[in-house]
Write a protein that binds this ligand. Structure first.
Ligand code: FES
Length: 328
């Protein structure tokens, strides 16, 4: 069993969702086929009561809407930044940890829709910024958008272990970034700093001359160090093992955010856990998503005992997924 599970939509305007109507609610035991009340994480509202008051139906679901692209900038041949003018309520809802949207070119059919993390949400001008890497047919279709784009959201599960970032106050956080996964880390840094925390960012520029996220982190007031974490065999270089250990001792970080691939999470979490097993981890959510609503199953990951979790909607403790061979 996963020891920590939460639903990112619980208590929001999107709750109860379609899962409740099918007896698959993540939180409410009664909407999960049980006869007793034993909800997992109380969010201030009773999902069962909401469901009954709602006439036994789910609440509204997210839909695609057309918005204007106000700026299109190539950060590299295969990396594109889009600034999209959205409504006030969408920009506000996306100004949160782990926010992402589904994007689609208007001329394409639904299977082309692709989940993309929010780099920043400007709630004064109602503009969201996203960075997309051309990797396959879906992202290629987004590169073809010129003036308008379809956006579906808000979604919030782009970062796992959010509770560890939300509970940080008057403290400090280490962010380890590599590649395009740096985008959700920028918005995370913005929220962490708002809670009076200091943020130290080790930023790997990957194959680029400079990581696109660097100016954003600097403007937020983060301490930023350019690094190149991995050697030719993909292992964490000794110099950075030493550097991370030194930083952990000096800053006494309570939480580390890993913003890279899943392999990157495994390397970082296992290395840091061996130094200090009390540090909490948050990770950028890299699971393949299709519906984003807990229905299609494309984002399912399995725990050690084969129990399933829908990573598009469910929060887990990253240690339970990425820590290998060490009893917690
Ligand atoms: S993306 Fe469909 S269940 Fe998660």
């Amino acid at each position: 069993m996963f020891r920590y599970v939460d639903c990112i939509d619980a208590g929001s305007v999107y709750c109860p969702c379609e899962l409740a109507t099918k007896g698959e609610c993540i939180i409410c035991s009664q909407l999960h086929g049980k006869e007793f009340c034993d909800c997992l994480n109380w969010k201030g509202t009773c999902i069962y009561q909401e469901y009954i008051w709602n006439g036994g139906k789910s609440n509204k679901t997210r839909e695609f809407r057309k918005y204007s692209i106000i700026n299109k900038e190539y950060l590299r041949d295969d990396i594109l930044k889009l600034d999209i003018k959205v409504t006030k309520s969408l920009s506000r809802n996306l100004n949160n940890l782990g926010s992402f949207v589904f994007l689609k070119n208007e001329k394409d059919i639904d299977p082309y829709s692709i989940p993309i993390s929010i780099l920043d949400s400007d709630v004064v001008n109602n503009v969201i910024s996203v960075v997309i890497k051309k990797q396959g047919i879906k992202s290629k279709a987004i590169f073809e958008c010129e003036k308008e784009i379809l956006v579906k959201g808000p979604y919030w599960n782009g970062i796992q272990g959010q509770k560890y970032l939300k509970e940080l106050k008057n403290s400090s956080c280490l962010i380890l970034c590599r590649g395009i996964a740096s985008a959700p880390a920028v918005l995370a840094a913005k929220k962490i700093i708002k809670n009076n925390n200091e943020v130290y960012v080790m930023l790997d520029r990957g194959r680029s001359r400079e990581n696109f996220a660097k100016p954003y982190f600097i403007s937020l007031g983060c301490n930023v160090e350019d690094v190149s974490f991995l050697d030719y065999s993909g292992e964490l270089k000794e110099q950075y093992k030493f550097e991370i250990e030194k930083l952990l001792k000096k800053w006494n970080f309570k939480t580390v955010l890993s913003a890279g691939s899943d392999e990157f999470h495994v390397k970082m979490i296992n290395f840091i856990y061996n130094i200090d097993k009390y540090i909490n981890f948050a990770t950028v959510n890299n699971t393949t998503m299709c519906c984003g609503e807990g229905i299609c199953g494309s984002c399912i990951i399995k725990g050690k005992n084969n129990e399933k979790i829908r990573a598009c909607k469910q929060q887990y403790d990253p240690k339970e997924v990425f820590l290998r061979g060490i009893s917690k």
